[in-house]
Design a protein. Structure first.
Length: 280
């Protein structure tokens, strides 16, 4: 089976992630994919890199699935050539009929391309852990959430939100901070399942992302000092290395839904089962 992974981070951003020891977004998705389909073939396309040639409609039809990691682009900045390239790819993906799945920016671009609306989040950034995500009535019966708890936490990092849903789309999950935490978007010939949170992240990767975003997060009031940031990220990494640390898990509010990959990545596994494998 063959999958295309679309990583929209620039070389500069990827270099920053490398510098703090964080796995790149496309590689995280590749790791998640191969943990569930070890024999799958996957290609990562760095869409923001100058000179990158986008696949054609016919080439997209050759893939069994298209995967969209998170990205630091902003979908409504349509004057940005990098955003335009991703909009083109999402539209072609829908037209191709190839199943699509993604995180964070993926939900936003799926909705935007299908005619919905994304805006700056009035509450600011939702960062680290999205608390008490709950399934909507549609989500409770949706196959993406088979075997998922009805209320759960998820790793997250975003400051835009979906404000208007397009025709053919349904909200599958929500929480008090962000009303649209998961969607299914049906448009043209295709279906796109996407979550605002990050099932591909784990505690270590979230800790590294926080380190990479230290200056921005401190300016936004998440930390009072560098020492505060180090203390918090060290706690996350200690739990990652030893999930039996009840004391640290209690202080940080880290439950099994964030630690156990079978819970955290349930949505992705269900997408593979219901959207990809059923067609092969």
């Amino acid at each position: 089976m063959k999958f295309l992974i679309l990583d929209g981070y620039s070389k500069e951003s990827r270099h920053q992630f490398d510098g703090v020891g964080m796995m790149l977004a496309g590689k995280l998705y590749q790791k998640m994919l191969h943990s569930h389909l070890p024999n799958a073939e996957s290609n990562i396309l760095y869409t923001s890199d100058e000179g990158t040639v986008l696949p054609t409609l016919e080439e997209l039809k050759l893939y069994d699935g298209i995967l969209w990691p998170g990205c630091n682009l902003t979908v409504y900045h349509e004057q940005d050539e990098r955003v335009q390239r991703m909009i083109t790819l999402a539209d072609l993906g829908f037209e191709s009929g190839t199943p699509q799945f993604g995180s964070c920016w993926a939900a936003q671009i799926a909705v935007h391309v299908a005619g919905g609306k994304v805006e700056k989040h009035p509450k600011g950034r939702e960062m680290g852990v999205a608390r008490k995500i709950y399934l909507t009535e549609a989500g409770k019966s949706h196959p993406m959430y088979n075997n998922k708890p009805p209320v759960f936490d998820g790793f997250i990092s975003h400051d835009d939100e979906i404000t208007e849903m397009p025709k053919g789309a349904v909200v599958l999950a929500s929480n008090d901070f962000t009303s649209v935490q998961a969607v299914e978007v049906n448009y043209k010939n295709g279906s796109f399942w996407a979550v605002q949170y990050h099932p591909e992240y784990d505690l270590k990767e979230m800790a590294r992302l926080i380190v990479a975003r230290e200056e921005k997060l401190t300016s936004e009031g998440y930390f009072n000092s560098h020492d505060d940031m180090v203390s918090y990220t060290n706690t996350l990494e200690l739990i990652a290395n030893d999930p039996s640390r009840k004391d640290l898990r209690w202080m940080a509010g880290i439950d099994d839904d964030l630690i156990k990959s079978d819970i955290r990545q349930c949505e992705f596994v269900n997408w593979l089962s219901f959207e990809v494998l059923k067609n092969n």
